[in-house]
Write a protein that binds this ligand. Sequence first.
Ligand code: ADP
Ligand code: ARG
Length: 344
Amino acid sequence: MDNSFPVFESDCHSLLRRHLTRDIFDTLRDCITGSGYTFLQAIQSGIVNQDSSIGVYAGDAESYQLFSELFTPIIADYHGFSTADTHLSHLDPSALKVQNPDPENRYILSTRIRVGRNIDGMPLGPAVSRYQRRVIEEQVVAAVSNLTGKLSGTYFPLSGMDEETQHRLIEDHFLFKEGDRFLDAAGLNRDWPDGRGIFHNTDKTFLLWVNEEDQLRIISMQPGGDIKTVFSRLMTAVSEIEKSIPFLYDQRLGYLTSCPTNLGTAMRASVHIRLPKLAVKRTEMKQITDTYHLQIRGIHGEHSEDESGIYDISNGRRLGVTEVECVQDMYDGVVALIKREEEL
Ligand code: ADP
Ligand code: ARG
């Protein structure tokens, strides 16, 4: 790995580029955490991928402290979260003021809410060893095997999964893709597919990804717009799993994740929604999504393009807001989008 100050291309607009001064680089260049994760590894993804929006990954909880001269301004910039702020968690579905925004199923195809979680006492994915990754997999599989009723299901390791099944699960929006170049450069795809897998219940409304970007991605989803049911199911699953797995949580930053964009709630609550009229008025659509702090993605996951007027609309705020507020943002924004779509 090169030890000199990184070269950034003129069209690189990452937060890494914005906040990495020569002074910070010189101070942190030789820093290494207790799990052996170096500062150069933390910034590698943003150097290899000059189109990164952020460009850094943490290898463990300590990265957020040891590399804080760079991570803290990046977190402040991305989340609007200053060193004086403290994250608060609120996981109670009864506090949510939502109804199904589309009871006749005219716009919303499906609703999905996920949280990222990592295990206390383990390094994060970029620094985890092959052995530790397998231990994590075993721990998670043991935890989900205790689930009963509608949450009970089966674990499918990625190793040995036939290509057809893997492809179908990805196409149907249930499974993560393979070979993400941002994760690749961060060391998150080492030993692929060893230790990775997916658990799901029979009707695929509750799913869990193991050892992808975060050690656990806990997911609740179903067709239509019944946001409250999706959130309630997720919260039940999370508290059940937490009975046997201690999650990595920081008093100030909330749930710790490998990518700083997911800190805090580590939650992304989304709908896949058809908005054909707003699709041709993208500026107006963007005004609404900005008002409600929402993010627009394509329906094949992050970095995918929108398809025939169908969008993935989700909360953009994750840190310094509670889980209930994340879902409330998404709900309020979706109500506003549907209202405008109907007016047009
Ligand atoms: P994340 O897991 O961080 O939310 P992605 O944006 O890559 O990351 O989404 C992962 C998968 O979940 C993709 O296949 C995506 O299409 C699917 N997905 C996201 N939101 C929904 C939704 N509301 N309904 C159905 N599938 C969804
Ligand atoms: N590292 C990538 C970038 O900086 C992705 C950031 C957010 N996405 C994520 N999956 N963590 O653009």
